[in-house]
Write a protein that binds this ligand. Structure first.
Ligand code: GDP
Length: 467
């Protein structure tokens, strides 16, 4: 495909089977640093119902087309310079969903936005996010958020920010620059060379920092421009897909959908899925082979109030989010691969799914704690954090805490290993009772560092009592 090919779209399939798909963007950062507000702002300011170039709401994601980005960014973006169709934002921010969205041993998201509150700088979850970005080698930029709260800042709602910073530099010199350079320094402590985005020449080597206010949307045009430019420049080749080929994606969530039973919400990053395709989905015990019963997408916003929430579609092409209704999905796992069989050899596709599941490596020891998590990705993230803290794992699994977990924990030689770390999962009643009886401690949290902190405090208490 030539650089100037204008017929590249997402979501629709033309005659041509090769096309450039939308890069997938995820938003990470510490709690309350403004991830949700930023995503809402990107969505909100681009919702122009019914007009061409309006955003499209997918399952679990929002597609913002190039035309909309160039409208927002004004002179910053000339659409003629781009042939990628826009950006697909994962709607659920945070590294929990980010690590769920894995593919082929890496991250599903092509780029990440790390949101950092300018007043607050690096916080525990910022570090956690940075670790995950490093581990998955995901390129990212930093949104230095809440500039509107910096003393002396004169906001320009919805406007690009670079010039404003230069113009206001006298007024906010110490306040804003100190904060921004502190973040740049903290990134450097983590091994990244970072700078204000307009000084970055090579975004593969350096991290661009974009000052923004998710509240007033100031700097949001710059943010979208940098994301678009970065993907166009460094990711174009990875975005080339065989649109009509059998689809590949990742399960985002497994849930009941009224009228359809158990369904999976999936993000497709390659090819097409059709309403009559046979599919293989990663399951708790083994890959599941099933046939699509219906493909569902959200109805346009205006209709949602009056009619059913979803509409059936015949096919969906990457990159896109889609709800898939099919029999036998009860054991499907969030974070597991999903593949369309179509004209491929079914055994090969099953083997591919098995191989991808096996890539999730958790090193286990003879003695250690038990980890239960809701998705493969979070299991991976916890295992790697425990590894860094030198806490051994005896068993790691996706699923609720069940009585058999307690039985395994109970046999541990050391008291500190009679423990279960439960991340975003339920504890079955029987398991809870048994744990009390057998003196097994269950730690529950949906923030990784808190979960590990609580466990470490427990270990300390045991050690002190033994002294
Ligand atoms: P999240 O936990 O990272 O998703 O953070 P939220 O988006 O929920 O934001 C946390 C709080 O910070 C909310 O009260 C937001 O209104 C506020 N907030 C987010 N971004 C900004 C901003 O740019 N400026 C100001 N003043 N407040 C913000």
């Amino acid at each position: 495909m030539s650089d100037s090919d204008p017929d590249t779209e997402t979501g629709t399939a033309g005659d041509e089977s090769n096309a450039l798909r939308t890069p997938i963007v995820a938003v990470l950062g510490h709690v309350d640093h403004g991830k949700t507000t930023l995503l809402d702002k990107i969505r909100g300011s681009t919702v122009t119902e019914g007009e061409a170039g309006a955003i499209t709401q997918h399952i679990g994601a929002t597609a913002v087309p190039l035309e909309t980005i160039s409208e927002m960014a004004g002179s910053l973006v000339n659409p003629d310079d781009f042939d990628l169709p826009g950006l697909l934002y994962i709607d659920t921010p945070g590294h929990h969903s980010f690590s769920t969205l894995r593919s082929r041993g890496g991250a599903l998201a092509d780029i990440a936005v790390l949101v950092i509150d300018v007043n607050d700088g690096f916080q525990p979850q910022t570090l956690e996010a940075v670790d995950i970005l490093k581990r998955t080698q995901t390129p990212f930029i930093v949104a230095a958020n809440k500039v509107d709260t910096v003393p002396g800042w004169n906001p320009n709602e919805g406007e690009p920010i670079q010039q404003s910073i230069e113009q206001q530099s006298d007024r906010v010199e110490g306040d804003l620059n100190d904060r921004l350079y502190k973040i740049i320094g903290q990134l450097s402590d983590e091994g990244f060379s970072a700078d204000m985005y307009w000084r970055v020449q090579n975004f593969q080597k350096n991290i661009g920092v974009v000052p923004v206010s998710a509240m007033t949307a100031e700097g949001v045009p710059d943010l979208l421009t940098v994301l678009m430019g970065l993907s166009q420049r460094y990711m174009k080749e990875e975005m080339a897909i065989d649109v009509q080929g059998p689809g590949a994606g990742t399960v985002l969530e497994v849930k009941d959908t009224q009228g359809f039973g158990t369904t999976v919400d999936a993000v497709l990053y390659d090819g097409t899925i059709r309403a009559d395709d046979e599919i293989i989905v990663g399951g708790l015990n083994a890959p599941i082979t099933t046939e699509v019963r219906a493909l569902l997408q959200p109805r346009p916003l205006a209709e949602i109030r009056t009619e059913k929430q979803f509409e059936k579609v015949d096919e969906v092409s990457a990159a896109a989010g889609v709800k898939i209704a099919a029999p036998d999905l009860d054991d499907a796992m969030a974070g597991a691969p999903i593949r369309v069989v179509r004209n491929r050899n079914k055994d090969e596709v099953v083997a591919e799914v098995e191989k991808e599941l096996a890539e999730i490596e958790v090193r286990t020891e003879e003695q250690g704690v038990i980890v239960k998590a809701d998705t493969l990705g979070s299991l991976e993230a916890i295992a790697s954090t425990l590894d860094e803290s030198e806490i051994p794992i005896v068993r790691a699994e996706v699923g609720d805490v069940a009585p058999r977990d307690i039985r395994v924990a109970e046999t541990a030689a050391e008291d500190k290993h009679k423990a279960i770390l439960a991340f975003s999962v339920d504890i079955l009643d029987d398991a809870e009772k048994l744990a009390k009886q057998e003196g097994v401690r269950i730690f529950e949290h949906d923030v990784i560092y808190r979960l590990i902190e609580e466990y470490e405090e427990h270990v300390e208490a045991i050690e002190q009592s033994q002294q």
